[in-house]
Design a binder for this molecule. Sequence first.
Ligand code: 3PG
Length: 202
Amino acid sequence: MTIDTIMRVAPVIPVIVIDDVAHAVPLAQALVAGGLRVLEVTLRTPAALPAIAAMKQVSGAIVGAGTVTNQRELDAALDAGAEFIVSPGLTEPLGKAAIAAGVPFLPGIANAGDIMRGLDLGLDRFKFFPAMASGGLPTLKALSGPFSQCRFCPTGGIVKNNAAEWLAFDPILCVGGSWVAPRGAPDTALIEQLAREACALR
Ligand code: 3PG
């Protein structure tokens, strides 16, 4: 699988924060049942790595690690079985390590220099982060002019009510957001419903 393939699986990638590994499987099952198969588990809690391993047992789930900021975290995520890697920004050491590992990699960009650093490494699929705070859709539209070969997953401040507007812009293959996976013990019926609504956005 390439990062492009992963970005096209569903219109929304849930950005997940797991506090208790016992929440991981029911949450993943609910999201997958609602049609969201690509799951980004952020490395922001001690439960994240065991949660990645647990969620991978859910049939249909494609489980990656988010908030990967350096090679040590990259290695830990790969050891846990992460199938793709998301980072909030792009450093050359992390980019080179992800490419060397051969893992689908979605680094964050917020301006032209970030994109150029990615292109130098051979990358052209990016997370636009933090999407709303970086100027929202007008900023990404402006960046897409000189960088028409790039495709994006905006994340950060995207919610049910503004996601469709982002998804209507062609270079956007999917959006990321936490609204489909509220933090805490999962209300699985609600999460499945949120996932269904998210799937219907495109
Ligand atoms: C991220 O961690 O990628 C974003 O902060 C998620 O942003 P959201 O909580 O605004 O969806």
